[in-house]
Design a protein around this ligand. Sequence first.
Ligand code: PEP
Ligand code: MN
Length: 340
Amino acid sequence: MIILMRLDATKEQIDQVCDVIRQHSVEPLVLPGEDRVAIGIPASLSSEQRTDLEAALGSADGVSKVTQTSRPYKLASLEFRPQKTVVKVKGVEIGGGDFVVMGGPCSVESYEQFRGSADIVKKAGATVLRGGAFKPRTSPYAFQGLAEEGLKIIKQVGEETGLVTISEVMSGDMVPLVAKYVDILQIGARSMQNFPLLIEAGRSMKPVFLKRGPSATIDEFLLAAEYVLNQGNNDVILCERGVMPLDRGYTRNTLDLAAVPVLKEFSHLPVIVDPSHGTGVAKYVAPMAKAAIVVGADGVMIEMHPNPKKALSDGSQALTPDQFTALMAELLRLSAYIRT
Ligand code: PEP
Ligand code: MN
């Protein structure tokens, strides 16, 4: 429910409306707008609560109108927060108008491999360095990542190059450890509905990069974001990385690019596209990355490797240094063109 106050509503009238809402055992959320204040009620209300509140607030002083929100998520919705969220990390703005490229290997394998990747990514013009230290692998026998040693490498390389760093955290109890070493916490597709993890990531107050689960609907995706936002952490970045494919023989996932304009219509959160996991095939990464710009994404996350054939994970979708550099140049040109 959203209560839109009149343009001339006084502070006392706003406080009074908040008091009425609290008397109904729910917390109001004051949402200052450009010209007037709105008051949101993020909690799900019973039909009785809704009717009572509507009756109590409809005639209250200073109220212009009471509307029902149409979606189950609240804090993530554009209805609740009409201003776009810009996540600012060490001078990089995600969602602020510049097209952001996050590049790096799937996994951190050694200092040399990660530093080499960082140098290529930085030289090409990307501003965020990715690399997994804890890897969610389908098989327990596959490379699981370097764990804390990998996090130390990420921190060191981040400091040496000045790049913003991002890495995955797979469980709630690991959040403090990962948060100590990296700038942005990545929540992987497989963990999108790991609710204790979402809550801990929210509490860390670090920016959270939330990947869409392979079978998650838009509502489920935004409700997962809602868990983080509900902890008072507003720095959430959404990532479309492909959903279950119809035909695994050709692509690893189906990159749902239509999700980008949909998310932009219903949410204020920045949206990044991951064409690497979205296709699973290196040669399909460039066209889908370019398409991401055209559909309005705020940036892309792209896997690269100094030597993809030797990669310990996701080598088949990793770009070579030359491919990454060439794509980056095209992306910069295309985004400049689209935005003029
Ligand atoms: C990754 O970014 O390396 C990763 C494991 O991604 P996802 O969670 O989208 O599969
Ligand atoms: Mn990967």
